[in-house]
Design a protein around this ligand. Structure first.
Ligand SMILES: Cc1cc2nc3c(=O)[nH]c(=O)nc-3n(C[C@H](O)[C@H](O)[C@H](O)COP(=O)(O)OP(=O)(O)OC[C@H]3O[C@@H](n4cnc5c(N)ncnc54)[C@H](O)[C@@H]3O)c2cc1C
Length: 439
């Protein structure tokens, strides 16, 4: 439980993406003062759909946002994996919505990013968080009293703790490392498409959108995923394939005809959806090498979200694990009663978060290997394993981690607040130990 009393910390969060807002809400609920600095002039999450899995929807419920978010979401009743060429079902989980709620006590939902960001922003404001827009951080240094954040405008801000939540191209990461450090290509790119139900006339496609489900089509070196948003009034489609963007270009307008050519010969239901597309964005998918540490030696600067663990979106965990980061951080800080306890909490944060997020990131690459197999012997072995489990309760380590009985409970069963509470119980603050560690 968040403890009231003691010294309130001044926490500066760099970035008002989903990681930054999650941390802001959680730290404010932990009874601290929070200021978020955001480079953009206005908050407008780019991209479209976002799959929210129970490991994050649980936190939204903890923060009193469950109803509001679940009302504007679509909750899929089926998760199916199809062969790319003919749409044959390789794997499917029916009554997916009910199973998720039953197993994990919290739903799997699909939302529009803009809706989620607005709800999180409003919650942060209600909790007294200051969000300053048009504030690009250019460096993080030290003052006699603690970390000092300098903005491009020259303005300086001070806090007890600085949280780098500034995404893939993180400046905070470079400040932590004290050197330039750019993201690396994964070798894949994404075409991101949003279609509105109102503009679709084909009755079969309309039925697909109005009846929220998640569909994957998996093929050689590529896959596609489609799911509904906003209570089935919108459809989000992402096509994943080899990256052909020049090295300096991370996002651009895509060519609809090129996109259709790449996926021609795929399941007709997918290509009929692609026939509805007028415009599309093309995103290079980037990642990072794992860092030795996410925190500085003084434990007053730390990283969360894509700044420290960007991943392929193949398990839909980038934002979900960023929300976990924010949840754990705020909960741990709720136990901090004085500034000398900060290093203890930040050490626990790193212990809890780093290995888990890095495992998830590595698994996104393994999911790529499993989904992108070219036709051939390995693909036939994979598909016969899929076939052996069709219509049954899956009982083997499964090529789709989305429904794998080993991986899914580990991923979706994570309760960030519980993890933080247990860590505090097992490693309570000990003043002397902290002094020894720091000297
Ligand atoms: C195609 C695709 C599909 C995806 N689908 C999913 C999904 O279904 N589920 C899921 O969980 N994840 C998904 N992800 C991943 C997810 O989008 C990211 O992991 C997540 O948005 C990262 O959040 P963040 O807050 O760390 O970074 P960002 O969202 O990038 O936010 C960083 C913020 O920091 C600000 N900023 C940057 N530099 C500065 C600075 N110097 N000073 C001040 N502010 C700064 C930026 O303006 C921005 O607002 C997907 C990603 C892609 C590419």
């Amino acid at each position: 439980m968040a403890e009231v009393g003691g010294q309130k910390l001044d926490i500066v969060i760099v970035g008002a993406g989903l990681a930054g807002l999650a941390a802001a809400i959680s730290c404010a609920l932990g009874n601290h003062n929070v200021c978020v600095l955001e480079a953009a002039k206005e908050l407008a999450e780019i991209g479209a759909g976002l799959q929210i899995t129970p490991n994050a929807s649980r936190l939204f419920r903890d923060w009193g946002l469950g109803n509001e978010i679940e009302t504007i979401a679509a909750e899929p009743t089926l998760l199916a994996v199809h062969r790319y060429s003919d749409g044959k079902i390789l794997a499917e989980e029916k009554e997916f919505n009910e199973k998720m709620r039953r197993k994990y006590g919290s739903p799997f939902i699909d939302v529009h990013r803009v809706d989620l960001q607005r709800i999180m922003y409003n919650k942060a404001k209600t909790l007294g968080v200051t969000v300053e827009l048009n504030c690009r951080v250019s460096s993080i240094g030290r003052s006699p009293t603690g970390p000092e954040v300098t903005l491009e405008s020259g303005r300086k801000l001070h806090g007890d703790l600085v949280v780098g939540a500034d995404g893939l191209w993180s400046k905070c990461r470079e400040c932590l490392l004290d050197r330039a450090d750019k993201p690396l290509p994964t070798g894949d790119l994404a075409y991101r498409i949003v279609l509105e139900l109102d503009k679709i006339t084909d009755p079969e496609l309309r039925r697909w959108v109005a009846n929220p489900q998640v569909h994957f089509w998996i093929g050689p070196h590529a896959h596609a995923v489609a799911y509904s948003l906003r209570a089935g009034t919108m459809c989000n489609i992402v096509l994943l394939c080899p990256d052909d963007l020049p090295s300096g270009l991370s996002k651009t307008k895509g060519s609809v005809s090129e996109m259709k050519r790449l996926f021609s010969g795929w399941d007709p239901i997918l290509t009929r959806f692609l026939d509805q597309v007028d415009e599309v964005d093309k995103w290079k998918l980037m990642h990072r090498e794992e860092l030795e540490s996410w925190t500085n030696p003084r434990k007053d600067l730390l990283l969360i979200g894509d700044s420290c663990h960007p991943m392929l979106p193949y398990l839909a965990q980038g934002a979900n694990s960023s929300v976990e980061d924010g949840g754990v951080l705020g909960r741990l800080l709720s136990y901090v009663k004085s500034k000398d306890q900060i290093p203890w909490a930040i050490r626990l944060y790193e212990d809890l978060r780093k290995s888990r997020s890095e495992i998830i990131a590595r698994e996104t690459f393994r999911q790529r290997d499993a989904f992108h197999m070219p036709d051939g012997e390995a693909q036939r072995v994979r598909d016969s394993l899929f076939a052996s489990q069709l219509g049954k309760e899956i009982s083997v380590k499964f090529p789709s981690r989305w429904t794998c009985p080993e991986f899914q409970p580990w991923l979706y069963g994570y309760d960030a607040y519980h993890e933080a509470d247990e860590a505090v119980k097992s490693q309570p603050f000990q003043a002397e130990a902290e002094v020894c560690r720091r000297s």
